[in-house]
Design a protein. Structure first.
Length: 121
């Protein structure tokens, strides 16, 4: 009797850095009812795919399934802990997150990106 060889699982490649930031912002813009910046982690667990904040979507779309892993999320996006806390603040509007994402994608320095609350839309 011949034995079957196990088929190797395909490795999923998750986006990182700017590609992940672009994917997160596009997801939020396409699915606004699945974005909730005000209750991070409370309703946004990965398995049920309910509303999540920017950080939650970065974790989910980046393949990280632990909740409240801000250090790890910062690494996924390629930003530091101080910036990740500013971006994931619960008071940010979608317009502010869009402004930050555009500045990040354009390669603006952190000192500029950290003023995203003041950026013109």
């Amino acid at each position: 009797m011949a034995t079957k060889k196990a088929t190797p699982k395909k490795r999923v490649r998750y986006p990182r850095g700017k590609a992940l930031a672009r994917k997160v912002m596009n997801h939020i813009l396409k699915h606004p009812t699945k974005w909730d910046q005000y209750n991070p982690g409370e309703t946004g667990s990965h398995p049920c795919k309910t509303a999540q904040c920017y950080c939650g979507w970065a974790r989910t779309l980046g393949g990280l399934h632990e909740m409240r892993a801000d250090d790890a999320t910062a690494k996924l996006l390629g930003i530091d802990y101080n910036e990740v806390n500013a971006v994931f603040d619960m008071n940010n509007t979608v317009d502010q997150l869009y402004a930050w994402t555009q500045a990040y994608l354009a390669g603006k320095p952190k000192s500029y990106r950290m003023k995203f609350e003041l950026m013109p839309l």
